[in-house]
Design a binder for this molecule. Structure first.
Ligand SMILES: [Zn+2]
Ligand SMILES: [Zn+2]
Length: 246
């Protein structure tokens, strides 16, 4: 069976082009998970008619709102509206549970009195090590982004396929370890020409294209300048709802 990847949310942090925040839905033989779950992810899933109760796990690249702030919405809807009973696993950087609890309390004050009636498991992913998460093999590599977010590139082995997503962050040699032989390399591509700190931009991607060593690359998380060029560059670019099979 093939692995299916759906770019439910392919936008940057600020909704450029009307696109949703990052939410990459992956279907393996026995698991449905997302890589990142940005603030708008429930809206994005609903727009595609995908029930968030069908998601077994969420893997987070880093704790920025456009990559993780959909989780408080998901948890609260799972308790109040969607009546979830399926277990949920959330994996990501250190102190994950406490940081997401803080975010939930900021976004929905008083919600700490509600406790999920379904099992929620938090898994911290040590950088540079492979952790097994519901049969997935997940390896985070450190990247160059706002350090307070504990930013990582995630390499995920699902069935016999490898999917790597940069999250947000500028090139480091570790990135090539994460992308080597990947069946799909999803690369942040924030700006087309303008150098922007702590992000991966188009000139940097071209500069390191050979080093990535991935079988297929798709660009995502495009800001206004890059999005305007999305149809003109030879590389594949994502849009919300793009589905690829590996
Ligand atoms: Zn971002
Ligand atoms: Zn970020």
């Amino acid at each position: 069976m093939s692995v299916k990847v759906n770019f439910v949310g392919s936008g940057d942090a600020f909704g450029t082009g009307g696109r949703f925040n990052t939410c990459i839905l992956v279907d393996g033989a026995d698991i449905r998970f997302t890589i990142d779950f940005g603030a708008s992810s429930l809206v994005a899933l609903n727009a595609q008619g995908i029930a968030h109760n069908s998601i077994d796990a969420i893997l987070l690249t880093h704790i920025h709102a456009d990559h993780s702030a959909g989780i408080p919405f998901l948890l609260i809807d799972a308790m109040l509206g969607a009546k979830r009973d399926r277990p949920l696993t959330i994996a990501g950087p250190k102190n994950l549970e406490a940081r997401l609890a803080e975010a939930r309390e900021v976004l929905f004050p008083g919600s700490d009195v509600m406790a999920p009636t379904f099992p929620v498991t938090y898994v911290e992913l040590p950088v540079g090590e492979t952790t097994e998460v519901l049969g997935l093999k997940v390896t985070p590599y450190a990247t160059k982004h706002t350090w307070q977010t504990d930013p990582t590139v995630l390499r995920v082995e699902v069935d016999d396929k490898i999917v790597t997503y940069t999250g947000d962050g500028d090139w480091t040699p570790d990135m090539a370890k994460a992308t080597k032989d990947a069946d799909l390399f999803i690369a942040e591509c924030y700006f087309f020409e303008k150098p922007v700190k702590w992000h991966l931009n188009y000139p940097t991607i071209l500069e390191h294209k050979e080093e990535f060593g991935a079988k297929r690359m798709i660009l995502t998380h495009m800001g206004p300048e890059m999005l305007a060029m999305a149809d003109q560059v030879p590389e594949e670019t994502a849009h919300d709802g793009l589905v690829v099979e590996l």
